[in-house]
Write a protein that binds this ligand. Structure first.
Ligand code: BGC
Length: 952
């Protein structure tokens, strides 16, 4: 056994974070399958003063143990977990640490501010002298600077963090970071401490509302305390006060959208004494200071570019990956020369392009003083793959390095490999979409003049984020902002969090406040997020209830965005809303939230709320049925999204809705038309109703609209629109067209949850109990998914060979249970699963669909069987036209047999029609003769489902 992934509040070794009631979690691996019987753990927490907690041996919850520590401010704790089983195996976790911040203790420091001075960004500085004699045991800086700040000691950056203090609702709270300066100040003597301030989200141009400075403020200010502790126990505090000096840096301009300008030729100016902030304002700001929640935004992957000379004669660097972040570039240009970099996501006709960034300049300008420099942005970030470089005489790609910045969370918890490299790349593109948009706040995109925390996008993506990574701490900060904003709005939700003034969220976007905490709970097994956010969740429900009133006013009471960006829009409405009635979408989201509330209330032991929300859900369901369904249960809104929602939310007879959805998908030739609301659920809806082939047809479609078309076009992230670029690679518009929007990456939740079939179960969240119900597909061929759950590593792998042979492997981690459905395996008959340690498991039960179902404890399993149905489909005259069109060999053969036929341009409505029943008279001016029928049958024989890379 092995203990690993030891975390506090879901973070590795957190320093200076707000911890509330500290939550400990760890994972116990049992790769040798030695563990026997009950597992007991023992958690010991120590401070310098000695043990502050020892749980003794007990059955602790490894996903979330809260020993109820009374934490002290500015204190470092170490902790260790040991684990044992009944057979006497013992495993010791390593020693880990965490440290508290100021925890609300009074500040000795004063807020300092400074003048604009032509925009030259200020550097506030003072000398710190560390005493000789006793060695320095610890030095910590507690800092908040507005808009952004960078701390340097003796000319070196003191922290690996970028864009501190991050973005938040600055009018409601300000985050304090703790920086470890022990190493930097270790040598006794004088040290130069400087803090340079930038504009950032707070003071720079940001958001939709034009303001003089930024939306939240228009001044630079700083508060900082450096606490020095010597080995002899003495303690000293150096705080911001009037002894600090204000100098000027060479940064002359910065903001998030437009970039940064640096002029190295500017003369040094004599420092002036720093000014204290107006006392009233200072007191107000101090009252808003809190220990941080934002995980650190730091440097991750590095990229070496290639150099492109474009047809227009530009020099463009290509990272090969669309990232969010910064760069490092070595330059040595003559004094007065200007180096200018511009950042973009895509080339057009081989040339640099960035019109889809709209008004965001996304540039970096440097005026040289003739000396060598390493350029790097300090107070901005870019969403980019390409960099146009001007003003460098001898540009060498090796002088440039792209640097991905994103919040320090695990983005590799879920891994997937299939036999189709395009699908594999789709998963990685989604992972990049997550990294690029997890820069402190979950943003819609990282490049254009938006980059905001749109709540709907975050909600839609949250299950995928939970499969791909460990976003608990990241979303926890977002939810904190959300709750503060929501409180100020009396329960209403902003569309964007932090709001930057964009309030008035309708359905789906507003429902983020309910859905995100629930998803975090389900995946992490930690209910703290529900308890902390419960008030906000209820406030949203009360807000919607008030607007809905007694006369079902919710659809007209808010700005609902419908099935945002769906392709089936109808004339007469905003084309971005799609065809699915906004009221219907709004009520389904309300119903979903009511059901979550009832379940969350049960978790929290809020019995009255449970009953209340169950009743609300029932009332909403019956209203939805009476308003949007015929008395016989036919959904009156005939769109893919409406039928998909009907199925996944159980609004009416699923079989009927499944048939309607299948018909619509096939009538479109195997294409989806869904937007933000339908896309995350359409494949699930198809699987739930027995149309898994349709789900895979959508997944594997290589033309537009479909997930793989961007991959084929070389995309390295997820596009905002199905056709952000047309099939020839031309950008289709500039008004709202990002190539790095993660919403459609929500297919990954289906890939893990339905294709691999691994889903958490609320009965034992955090994957202590999981469903394993894979949906196999001959065309995809094979799939392997691993997922680092709160309880250990799950693995599901399947492959399909021959016509119907299925091979399935499963690893269930220690302490977990899998509820397994073997896809298309005959129920009733005994089936043997070979398990770890020579154990075999007999599967003898069947579910309603007659498939084999079994519950398995921790172990490693494998099974081979013949499916009850043919998994490889052959083409024949009975195949729908859509299936035939997928095979270019079949199309060529049929067109060779039937003169004047152009199958590929047959109207879309015919795509669901079997070949035999096509209106041949209309298509080729005469009916199909018996001889032609026989010839087609013969030509199609042997042609069947194909896999990636297989020729017809
Ligand atoms: C954003 C979207 C967002 C939408 C809602 C857009 O500009 O980029 O992703 O959800 O607005 O209005």
């Amino acid at each position: 056994m092995r203990v690993r992934s030891c975390r506090v509040n879901h973070m590795d070794e957190p320093l200076g974070f707000y911890l509330g009631e500290a939550t400990f979690s760890w994972v116990v691996d049992d790769e040798g399958w030695v563990a026997r019987g009950r597992i007991e753990s023992r958690l010991v927490v120590r401070s310098e003063a000695g043990a502050v907690c020892d749980t003794g041996w007990a059955e602790l919850d490894c996903a979330a143990t809260r020993p109820g520590l009374a934490l002290l401010p500015r204190t470092r704790y170490t902790w260790q977990v040991s684990v044992r089983d009944e057979a006497g195996h013992v495993a010791e976790g390593g020693e880990h640490s965490f440290e508290t911040g100021k925890m609300g203790e009074p500040w000795q420091a004063a807020w300092l501010c400074c003048d604009e001075a032509d925009g030259r960004h200020p550097t506030l500085a003072r000398t710190i002298t560390t005493r000789p004699g006793a060695p320095l045991a610890a030095a910590r800086a507690y800092v908040c600077g507005l808009g952004l700040y960078e701390v340097e000691v003796d000319g070196r950056l003191a922290s690996t963090e970028h864009l501190a203090p991050g973005t938040c609702a600055y009018d409601k709270w300000l985050q304090v970071a703790t920086i470890d300066l022990t190493g930097a100040l270790a040598a006794p003597g004088e040290h130069d401490l400087r803090v340079t301030l930038g504009d950032g989200w707070y003071k720079g141009r940001f958001g939709f509302i034009p303001t003089r400075g930024g939306y939240y403020g228009d001044d630079w200010s700083l508060i900082a305390e450096v606490h020095l502790t010597y080995a002899d126990g003495t303690h000293e505090v150096v705080a911001t006060d009037e002894s600090w000096q204000v100098g000027r840096s060479n940064v002359t301009f910065s903001n998030i959208y437009d970039g940064e300008r640096v002029d190295a030729t500017l003369p040094a100016v004599a420092p002036e004494p720093a000014r204290p902030l107006d006392p009233e304002e200072a007191a107000a700001r101090t009252a808003r200071l809190c220990d941080r929640l934002s995980p650190v935004v730091s440097e991750h992957e590095l990229f070496s570019p290639t150099l492109i000379e474009t047809p227009a004669g530009e020099k463009v660097l290509d990272l090969g990956q669309n990232i969010a972040g910064g760069f490092r570039m070595r330059v040595h240009e003559p004094a007065g020369a200007t180096v200018r970099l511009q950042f973009g996501e895509v080339l057009q006709e081989g040339n640099f392009y960035h019109d889809n960034l709209r008004s965001a300049e996304a540039a970096y300008t440097f005026v040289s003083d003739g000396e060598p420099h390493v350029l790097r942005p300090r107070f901005t970030y870019y969403g980019y793959r390409y960099v146009k470089v001007e003003g460098v005489r001898n540009l060498r790609p090796s002088d440039f390095e792209g640097v991905a910045w994103y919040s320090d969370i695990d983005t590799g918890a879920g891994r997937m490999r299939t036999a189709n490299p395009l699908v594999n790349r789709l998963v990685e593109n989604t992972r990049w979409g997550m990294r690029d948009n997890f820069v402190d706040t979950p943003t819609d995109c990282p490049q254009r003049d938006e980059r905001m925390g749109w709540t709907g996008d975050a909600q839609i993506f949250s299950p995928t984020a939970c499969y791909l990574g460990k976003p608990y701490a990241f979303f926890h900060k977002y939810l904190h902002d959300m709750a503060l904003e929501q409180r100020a709005l009396g329960g209403a939700m902003p569309m964007v969090v932090p709001s930057f003034g964009v309030v008035g969220a309708g359905s789906v976007w507003g429902d983020a406040t309910v859905v995100i905490p629930w998803n975090l709970y389900l995946f992490s097994g930690d209910d703290a997020v529900l308890r902390e956010h419960w008030g906000a969740m209820r406030a949203w429900m009360d807000h919607v209830a008030a607007l809905d009133g007694d006369d079902h006013g919710w659809p007209s009471a808010a700005a609902h965005l419908g099935d945002w960006l769906a392709l089936d829009s109808r004339p007469g409405k905003d084309e971005r809303f799609g065809a699915t009635d906004e009221g219907f979408v709004a009520y389904v989201a309300y119903l979903q939230s009511a059901r979550i509330m009832a379940r969350a209330a049960a978790v929290l032991g809020e019995g009255a709320d449970k009953a209340r929300f169950e009743a609300l859900a029932e009332a909403l369901l019956s209203w939805i049925r009476s308003e949007y369904f015929s008395p016989n249960g036919r959904c009156c809104i005939d769109t893919q999204t409406a039928h998909a929602l009907t199925i996944v939310h159980g609004l009416a007879d699923a079989r009927r809705a499944g048939r309607a959805l299948h018909d619509l998908v096939q009538a479109m030739g195997g294409q989806l038309t869904c937007g933000f609301v339908g896309t995350p659920v359409i494949c699930e809806a198809l699987c739930r109703t027995g149309y898994e082939r349709d789900a895979y047809q959508l997944l594997l479609r290589e033309r537009q609209p479909g997930w793989l078309n961007p991959v084929i076009q070389g995309a390295t992230t997820i596009w905002e629109r199905w056709d952000s670029l047309d099939e020839d690679g031309r950008i289709t518009g500039t008004s709202m067209n990002s190539l790095n929007h993660y919403a459609y990456g929500s297919i990954c939740a289906w890939l893990f949850g339905w294709a691999a079939g691994l889903r958490p179960d609320a009965a034992a969240p955090g994957f202590a109990l999981a469903t394993v119900a894979p949906h196999v597909d001959w065309r995809l061929g094979e799939l392997e998914a691993t997922y680092e759950s709160a309880h250990g590593t799950w693995r599901v792998a399947w492959s399909v060979s021959g016509e119907r042979s299925v091979h399935l492997e499963l690893v269930v981690p220690l302490g977990c249970t899998a509820r397994v459905r073997l896809p298309h395996a005959p129920g009733g008959a005994a089936r043997t699963l070979a398990a770890s340690g020579g154990v075999t498991v007999e599967v003898t039960t069947g579910d309603a669909a007659g498939e084999a179902v079994v519950e398995l404890p921790h172990g490693s399993y494998a099974v081979d069987y013949e499916a009850t149905i043919a998994l490889r489909h052959a083409l024949s005259l009975d195949s729908p036209l859509a299936d035939v069109l997928e095979s270019s060999a079949a199309v060529a053969a049929i067109e060779g047999i039937v003169p004047h036929l152009h199958l590929t341009i047959t109207p879309m409505e015919l795509h669901a029609t079997p070949l035999r029943d096509l209106p041949w008279q209309d298509l080729c001016h005469r009916p199909l003769s018996a001889e032609q029928q026989r010839a087609i049958e013969a030509a199609l024989e042997g042609l069947s489902d194909r896999r990636y890379g297989e020729e017809d």
